[in-house]
Design a binder for this molecule. Structure first.
Ligand code: GLY
Length: 320
């Protein structure tokens, strides 16, 4: 049995392992671990206390995938509900669908009995306001919701440094069942309705008991375009060892064209419970906890450099 997580999973990894030790499934463990991160108001990249979108509304994305059946559930742009991962699990278990977004996802959450909660807390609200007051003309900021061309201001406000906060959990239970999950409030100051990779099966998460699982944090647009989580598991399926599979999937991102390429990170396990982490940045770690360990440990991620580039914002503004 093993649980692997991004470092912000520190508040949940112990509890996830306890679930496995008590005979719970990998799906139970991943949901338990992620819920504790979603409830952690000090983590501004996930759940309650997450950074809002451009209009100041917190919109959550999450998904979960059961490697035993390849069943999956996901929610995107979910408002007013802390436990996006649990709503995603309900989508997987209660509906013939995989993915709900926006108002439909919020309605389903109410129907499943989840409390309506205001997710925007004081500190993210003030970071949002200070940042936008600094970067946007006052008349635009004061009437942001009425802007007929809100899209123009996304490129001014979005910040690649605030693109990649997400929590990832992977678990393998006593039966060998594997689960992958991810949850995020997404890219800070994103255009309303923007979905990242975290709720997109194959992009932000993928799990298949026969081969392994992977989950991503980073610039979600890149993982969506390259189907990164699925690529890692697919490379495992091709018989490529875990370390090589991860490095290849990272290098694949260098094939992406365009002006908005930033950082990517992922964690992965193979079907034998081996684990690894990867990053494009300079420093990074991930957490793992095996059944015989009394506490989680950090392991370094392998660095694979990406050809990052970011649009010149003024040129983009003037180009139309
Ligand atoms: N990886 C999180 C996001 O792009 O929203």
């Amino acid at each position: 049995m093993i649980v692997v997580a991004s470092t912000n999973g520190i508040v949940g990894i112990d509890a996830a392992m306890r679930v496995l030790k008590a005979g719970g499934t990998a799906v139970d463990a991943v949901e338990t671990g992620i819920r504790l991160v979603e409830a952690n108001g000090d983590d501004h990249s996930v759940g309650y206390g997450g950074y809002p979108n451009l209009l100041g509304d917190v919109e959550l994305d999450a998904s979960i995938m059961d490697g035993a059946t390849l069943a999956a559930g996901a929610v995107g742009a979910l408002r007013n509900c802390v436990y996006a991962i649990s709503v995603a699990r309900k989508v997987m278990e209660r509906l013939p669908h995989v993915f709900l977004v926006g108002e439909g996802a919020a309605r389903f959450a109410r129907e499943m009995g989840f409390d309506r909660v205001d997710l925007l807390t004081e500190e993210p609200q003030s970071v949002w306001e200070n940042r936008l007051r600094r970067d946007l003309p006052a008349h635009v900021f004061e009437h942001l919701n009425q802007q007929p061309d809100l899209w123009r201001w996304v490129d001014v406000a979005t910040d690649p440094e605030k693109a990649w906060g997400t929590v990832n959990f992977l678990a393998q239970d006593a039966e060998g069942q594997i689960c992958a999950g991810a949850s995020t409030s997404g890219w800070a100051w994103k255009y309303p309705g923007r979905l990242g990779d975290s709720p997109v099966i194959g992009a932000g998460v993928y799990a298949d008991d026969r081969f392994g699982a992977a989950a991503c944090t980073g610039t979600g647009e890149m993982a969506i375009r390259a189907c990164t989580a699925h690529s890692i598991v697919f490379y495992l399926k091709m018989g490529i060892p875990l370390q090589d599979a991860g490095e290849r999937a990272m290098r694949d991102l260098n094939d992406l064209g365009g002006a908005y390429l930033s950082d990517m990170n992922f964690i992965a396990i193979d079907r034998d419970g081996r684990h690894a982490g990867f990053m494009s940045g300079e420093v990074g770690a991930y957490l793992f906890m095996a059944e015989e360990m009394s506490a989680p440990e950090e392991a370094p991620r392998t660095r694979v450099e990406l050809n990052k580039r970011w649009a010149n914002r003024v040129q983009v503004q003037d180009a139309t």
